[in-house]
Design a protein around this ligand. Sequence first.
Ligand SMILES: C[S@@+](CC[C@H](N)C(=O)[O-])C[C@H]1O[C@@H](n2cnc3c(N)ncnc32)[C@H](O)[C@@H]1O
Length: 197
Amino acid sequence: MRVSTHFALWVAGLAQAETQTTAGERACLARHAAGRQRLVEIGVWHGVTTRVLRAVMDPTATLWAVDPYPVGRLRVSFQQLIAHREVNSVRNGRVEWVRDTGVGAANRHRERGLPPADFVFIDGDHTYEGLQGDWTGWSPLVAPGAIIALHDTHASPSRPMNTTGSARYTREVILHDPAFECVDTHDSLTVMRRREA
Ligand SMILES: C[S@@+](CC[C@H](N)C(=O)[O-])C[C@H]1O[C@@H](n2cnc3c(N)ncnc32)[C@H](O)[C@@H]1O
């Protein structure tokens, strides 16, 4: 379906915001994000998982919602319009929108001297180099005990993806990072926790 057609149907209440995550993956994200204070999501699309994170985070928390939202032929990002309304319908904590890549957002976070994040969900550029950029950008910016959850990192019954860039980078690099341990998996989701110093 064309993006503008989906947008028109969504405005009319005849189509839902889209996500590629499964209900089980969203439940897993919600468990690990519950009560967190400084959350980052890289790759927002229509904001379905952003809504989940916002609903369960601490009421005083900030969630940085990162997506470059490239514009289409009509010079507008319909995905961004949908995401803003979907995410703003959840009343909890604060959301800061960052229209940038995951790498650009990590650089801004560092330049602003912001405190380390305690939850990061990486679901942006799923190429090998894309995940490499997000992992090397964000893994030093999280506190001990913090969670980094990654989508599309291994095959699941519904998504045979062991040869994709993000699955390869996870298998070859992330799972061997001595600063982190794998604490959970669900479908194609991998959940890493930063070890205590
Ligand atoms: C799979 S969707 C995210 C879906 C969302 N997490 C959900 O399930 O509800 C991927 C999103 O990543 C964004 N994206 C692509 N490259 C990116 C990058 N380098 N950094 C951050 N986001 C990126 C795309 O614009 C797209 O909106």
